[in-house]
Design a protein around this ligand. Sequence first.
Ligand code: PGA
Length: 231
Amino acid sequence: MPPGILYIMNKNLWIIANFKSRKNIQEVLNWIGEVGPKLIKKDNLKIAVCPSYSCLSEAKKAIQVGNFPLLLGSQNLSNFPAGAYTGEEPAEALKEFVDLSIIGHSERRQNFKETNEQIAQKIHLANQSGIEPLLCIQGEDTLIPDVVKLVAYEPVFAIGTGTPDTPENANKVALSVKQKHSANLEVLYGGSVDEKNVKSFINQENINGILVGNASLDPLSFLNIINNCLS
Ligand code: PGA
């Protein structure tokens, strides 16, 4: 049996689109309208899209109306609970819309000076609200709080550069964080994943999926990524 098929039968395969601050509501709805109807439903296949906050409500409606096997995620959430925190987006409000939330992306650590302590608070609040935290780690040494079950290894040099890590090294890092943290930890790879290289990452024994930025923006490119994972 080809390794790809065995993989899908035995464990989850996560394919997650991170739109960053790049699409407005209409663009997100167009994307869902193109991608949603082509998705196949499989128990271990977890396909998710993470648009910006302002698009989540309409995106949720479109996914529900179409009954698409598509999870919805946010790209961040507040490290404060609901309260007097002007401009913040608390997990309690987001839980109405999202299944998961990206937390600790390197763009947030760099541009917004997020600390490990804030990230740990976000993870705690996400868990309390029933939102699955997807923690981005930049290397083997990034702190992973005990409660985390899903991480994405995203080396900074590979993000948006067209220069991914090698699948072999990504696999090595994934194995090492599983050994340090827990064998049950699911580890995705992110950083310049595209339709051409995706298979080489998901074929690695310790990689449980991918987090895709640029190559997720075009619906056809994202669908090709999914198809190439499954073929
Ligand atoms: P990229 O982004 O696929 O454009 O490199 C990945 C990410 O930042 O999550």
